[in-house]
Design a protein around this ligand. Structure first.
Ligand SMILES: [Zn+2]
Length: 196
């Protein structure tokens, strides 16, 4: 099980613990290694499908089950690499209104620019990472994980409230009603403040 994040990857070389995690990522997700040094200049395409086993490897994954198609185009320039990610698929999630299982459609594009050199001179941002000169490959699994999570909508519900689990909604409404009845009648609240 792995805990991983984009920022952690960027800091991997500074932290021996993260470094060992990085090695684990390399072995678990070997199919996600892109050996860019052997790619021909210009655009190179890769396809992946991320499903439940992919997300299981990340300890705190919000997503447990999904089917996400990922198209990666790597544009190899002489001094840098430009990765374009096309993310499209469905995530099994809980409805925020009724907690029933729903399928949430995802569609997103992300970009990652890989530069080479010394991190102290090259600027790293959310979109730009800097790898040491001579690096031959990159494992894109942690980036895919991050990008897929970023593609999740803030609110996940059945499209129409009438499609929600009506029994659950009814129960929630009852609970709300109970809560109201236990709070004090506002007319008595006024009395409480009077100096008698
Ligand atoms: Zn619902």
């Amino acid at each position: 099980m792995l805990e991983w994040g984009l920022t952690k990857l960027a800091k991997a070389d500074k932290n021996p613990y993260i470094c060992s995690l990085y090695l684990k990522v390399l072995t678990v997700f070997s199919e996600y290694i892109i050996p860019f040094s052997s790619l021909r200049p210009g655009k190179n395409s890769f396809s992946y499908v991320a499903e439940a086993p992919f997300f299981k490897e990340f300890e705190h994954s919000v997503i447990q089950n999904a089917k996400i198609n990922i198209e990666v185009v790597v544009d190899k320039h002489s001094t840098m690499l430009v990765f374009d990610f096309g993310i499209k698929g469905e995530v099994i999630s809980e409805c925020d209104r009724c907690s029933d299982e729903i399928k949430v459609a995802l569609e997103n594009t992300e970009k990652l620019i890989v530069k080479f050199g010394d991190k102290t001179f090259e600027e790293e941002t959310e979109e730009i990472i800097v790898l040491p000169h001579g690096t031959q490959e990159i494992n894109i699994a942690p980036y895919l994980y991050e990008f897929i999570h970023l593609s999740m909508p803030q609110r996940k519900t059945h499209e129409n409230e009438k499609d929600c689990n009506q029994l659950v909604l009814q129960k929630l409404n009852e609970l709300k009603g109970d809560k109201k009845s236990t709070t004090m009648d506002p007319r008595w609240e006024v009395l409480k403040n009077l100096q008698l």
